[in-house]
Design a protein around this ligand. Structure first.
Ligand code: URA
Length: 292
């Protein structure tokens, strides 16, 4: 408790993680140690302005719009106005589920970026729509090389309609900075689920099945060169496995033809400091894989 209290007191003022050689000692003075001294500061994440090219009312394009050179980070997280498509009933049997799911997936697969945003904002395909305040589409560069995938919005993300805005988000920003990346700049951050499960409970398989076509369409439009899954849930969803995260990390998986690296969720790292060194190794593996 005392240690945590002292850590919290210190947070926010420490230096940002710095890029180090992989051979560096991972304990004392590791980038993670530095990050954790600043992670829970309620320092505001730099405001990211709306990009008109991606706003729901803008001219639709099949591919996500091109990144403007040297533009400020692009905010995609602003929830577009709600539309109310017909509610998709929860299927009772596999036989009923198949045509419904197939038609819905086919529909989502042909959406462009603005209409994908609108469909997600108005989605009523599972019961999470009943408790959410906002859908969380994702945030960042719609042509990013790096795609970060978390689990699902938490309370703050649900309120703000943007992913990773709490303490875990601050740590995520520092993790990105440690490999020379910045939220919104060649990075897009999304979640497996676009709506918050009540009380942050684990997502259920039906919710994941309804939401996955959205993530897949985001990937098709963004065309990232590498994907990083954060935490057990995202890792298991993307690898279609129930293996423990400890056995999934440390290797390069594939998700729909793109390299996928698994690492710990920043919220987990906030509670489990010793695993910071492993997460740093994962980020180094991601950087190395990207460079190859
Ligand atoms: N945790 C996640 O997995 N995603 C968020 O957006 C916030 C917290």
């Amino acid at each position: 408790m005392i240690r945590r209290h002292l850590l919290l007191k210190e947070m926010g003022l420490g230096p940002i993680w710095r890029l180090r050689d992989q051979g560096d000692d991972l304990d004392d003075g590791s980038p993670f140690a530095e990050a954790l001294t600043e992670v829970e500061t309620p320092a505001p994440i730099a405001p990211i302005e709306s990009a008109p090219a991606n706003s729901p009312g803008s001219t639709p394009s099949a591919r996500a719009p091109a990144r403007a050179p040297a533009s400020p980070p692009t905010r995609i997280g602003t929830p577009p106005p709600r539309v109310a498509p017909p509610r998709v009933a929860t299927p009772q049997t596999t036989a009923e589920a198949l045509p419904l799911a197939t038609a819905r997936t086919a529909h989502i697969q042909q959406l462009d970026w603005p209409t994908l945003q609108q469909e997600i904002a108005g989605c009523r395909a599972c019961r999470l729509c009943e408790s959410r305040k906002n859908t969380v589409f994702g945030v960042g560069d719609p042509q990013a090389d790096w795609l970060i995938v978390g689990e699902a919005p938490g309370g703050e993300e649900d309120r703000r309609g943007e992913p990773f805005v709490g303490p875990a988000g601050k740590l995520l920003d520092n993790m990105l900075a440690s490999i020379g990346l910045k939220r919104g700049d060649n990075v897009f951050i999304a979640n497996v689920l676009k709506c918050r499960p009540p009380q942050n409970r684990d997502p259920d398989p039906h919710e994941v099945a309804q939401c996955e076509p959205f993530l897949l369409r985001q990937i098709e439009l963004i065309q990232p060169k590498i994907i990083i899954a954060l935490g057990r849930f995202a890792a298991q969803s993307l690898t279609k496995s129930d293996a423990r995260i400890g056995s999934l990390r440390g290797q390069v998986h594939q998700y729909h033809g793109r390299p996928l690296i698994i690492t710990y969720h920043p919220a987990y790292l906030l509670r489990n400091l010793p695993d910071k060194a492993k997460a740093w190794e994962d980020l180094c593996l991601a950087r190395q894989t990207f460079q190859q």
